[in-house]
Ligand binder design. Structure first.
Ligand code: GTP
Ligand code: SPV
Ligand code: MN
Length: 586
């Protein structure tokens, strides 16, 4: 493959000068090249071929035991000043960050091959799309990028002689946790990642580019990069309306994106179509509405809990051309994880590659084990998912994992109030990032770990974007995770979330009323369809209540959180907080 773009060639040469690989291989996007790389990775044990009858073209991989999730504490936004990165990001001066990682990465590809992956986030050639070049010494990264993004020759053709591409450098180095760094340089369109082999740290098109760098680009260029799924809801009349939803990591985006409506809905002709499960790039359309595109081409989904009942569409997506990471490897060439079924296999190897006995109660798959599956495999993939112009949004949904406080669903009063609702999101932490699990933390718009600049400026950008659109999507908040006194989820969730989506749609098109509460509009319990569900209206009323005492505590938490941003908090949001406080005193 020949590259004619001088800036790309220079970047590759500079990378080689630093990393000193024995050879350089350009990824052309062909199946022949990928197959040759799989053969090589199998020979070294980096990947294992699974049973080709049951799981054609599927492979298995284990990461190092110390390298199983995103490392937020070692992720930095290296903007020119600390102020630009803001109070919620780790910051390092760009010159220091380059110098430090020059030392760490220098010569680390000696004796190895350096792969050059031209990739496009978004449909190649679409007005939404952006191009990147990832340098890596990991075949696993190449194979994953080939599923998660559009790669190869066609991307270089689309780039032409432009300098508008993100420069990504990844080197596995020694997988040393103490020298692991995930660095974003928004002003340079550049990313560096070293000493990791875990997805979110090394598939540089995903969180590093499509959220951290892209959120910065979006502010500069007048669009938005969000941690959101996109789905289409088709009604019995055959009309499809689209919504985007932001939930923190491992809080249900993939599951909602692939929802199968309950029997009664299916009988009437309702369908849900998946456009994306993790990231949405949103632009203003010519008709004054927001349009969203999924910049990815695959799903990097949480394996545990995925089963025939909870998410058959995700499971079906993984039956071909998929890479499984850190799940249980069975000697029959298939895989298993907690929650796949109720029969944990015996005599098999756990995610660490050790003999494992489920009777000990120890988990076989890592809680953040993942599948990398091509989006086109998904039985409910939307016919519009590769529409170069994206899909128009009727609603935006925020949500988190809250045992208490947040009701099942509520609607904001208007755009600015909706931005406030997003800014105060809080959720219990999950295994998707290293650190404690189950701790409530503020995670505005599910972007806390992914916003590439000052969070308060990001809120201002949301407010500004709202002013640009004629038809603003309605903004909602959901919580599928309220717990009862025994610690069980009260709401059945999954497919039954369709009942909430139906109310959301009805609100978008002024077909149903609501109760005005201190926090926003909450459904009349009678307006949530419980047909065919063994769930009492009293329990529903319970999870729709707005407990003023809990919300007063919440307000105290919001004040504390907002204080981090000082004067930079947009006046609109301060006013919304004051309004919430006043409403709670009424
Ligand atoms: P990332 O890929 O990390 O961004 O995660 P995600 O937001 O796509 O989360 P995902 O859909 O993979 O779900 C994560 C976990 O939440 C899984 O264990 C699911 O089983 C669980 N989950 C998803 N939806 C629901 C729901 O409606 N109710 C309950 N109780 N659990 C859910
Ligand atoms: C997330 O953590 O939000 C993910 C997985 O989607 S990762 O790619 O690791 O970021
Ligand atoms: Mn995610």
């Amino acid at each position: 493959m020949e590259c004619k773009n001088q800036q790309v060639k220079d970047f590759v040469q500079q990378s080689a000068d630093l990393l000193k690989p024995d050879q350089i291989v350009w990824i052309d996007g062909s199946e022949e090249q990928l197959e040759a790389l799989r053969q090589q990775a199998m020979a070294t044990g980096e990947i294992v071929k699974l049973d080709q009858e049951k799981l054609p073209n599927c492979y298995y991989h284990r990461t190092a035991v110390n390298d199983v999730a995103r490392v937020e504490a070692r992720t930095f936004i290296c903007s020119d000043t600390k102020e630009h990165a803001g109070a919620t990001n780790n910051w390092m001066a760009p010159a220091d960050a380059y110098a430090m990682t020059d030392e760490i990465m220098r010569g680390k590809m000696a004796g190895r091959t350096m792969y050059v992956i031209p990739f496009s986030m978004g449909v190649v050639g679409s007005p939404f799309s952006k191009i990147g070049i990832e340098i890596t010494d990991s075949i696993y990264v190449v194979l994953n990028m080939a599923i998660m993004t559009r790669t190869g020759e066609k991307v270089l053709e689309a780039l032409g002689d432009s300098n508008d591409f993100v420069r990504g450098q990844h080197a596995k180095c020694d997988i040393d946790e103490e020298k692991r760094y995930i660095l974003q340089f928004p002003e340079d369109n550049a990313i560096r990642s070293c000493n990791s082999g875990y997805g979110g740290n090394v598939l540089l098109g995903k969180k590093c580019f499509a959220l951290r760098i892209a959120s910065y680009q979006g502010r500069k260029e007048g669009w938005m990069a969000e941690h959101m799924l996109i789905l289409g809801i088709e009604n019995p009349q055959g009309e499809t309306k689209y919504v985007a939803a932001a939930f923190p990591s491992a809080c249900g985006k993939t599951n909602l994106a692939m929802l199968i409506p309950p029997e009664g809905y299916r009988a009437k002709g309702y369908k849900v179509w998946t456009v994306g499960d993790d990231i949405a790039w949103i632009r203003l359309g010519p008709d004054g509405r927001f349009y969203a595109q999924n910049p990815e081409a695959g799903f990097f989904g949480v394996a545990p809990g995925t089963n025939e009942k909870s998410n058959p569409n995700a499971l079906a997506s993984t039956r071909e051309g998929t890479i499984f990471t850190n799940v249980v490897l069975k000697d029959d060439g298939t895989v298993w994880w907690e929650g796949l079924d109720k029969n944990p296999p015996t005599g098999q190897l756990n995610w660490k590659g050790e003999p494992w006995d489920p009777a000990t109660g120890e988990k076989g798959a890592h809680p953040n084990s993942r599948f990398t599956a091509p989006a086109r495999n998904c039985p409910c993939i939307s016919p519009e998912w590769e529409n170069p112009n994206g899909v128009p949004l009727s609603a935006i949904i925020f949500g988190g994992r809250r045992a208490k406080t947040a009701p099942l669903v509520y609607q904001s009063r208007d755009w600015d109030h909706g931005v406030f609702v997003g800014s105060i999101m809080a959720s219990e932490t999950t295994a998707a990032a290293t650190g404690a699990v189950g701790v409530v933390r503020r995670d505005p718009m599910a972007m806390l770990p992914f916003c590439g600049y000052h969070m308060a400026d990001y809120w201002q950008h949301w407010l500004d974007m709202g002013k640009l659109i004629k038809t603003q999507p309605k903004i909602f908040n959901v919580n599928w995770f309220r717990l009862d006194d025994e610690g069980h989820f009260i709401w059945p969730g999954f497919g039954d979330n369709m009942r909430v989506l139906q109310w959301i749609m009805a609100r978008c098109f002024d077909e149903v009323g609501a109760v005005d509460t201190p926090i926003g509009y909450v459904p009349n319990a009678e307006d949530i369809n419980l047909e065919g569900l063994d769930f009492s209206i009293d329990t529903l009323k319970d999870i729709l209540t707005v407990d003023k005492d809990l919300w007063r505590e919440e307000v105290a938490g919001i004040h504390e959180f907002y204080a981090k941003f000082g004067d930079r908090i947009p006046a609109e949001l301060k006013a919304e907080l004051a309004k919430l406080e006043a409403n709670l005193e009424k």
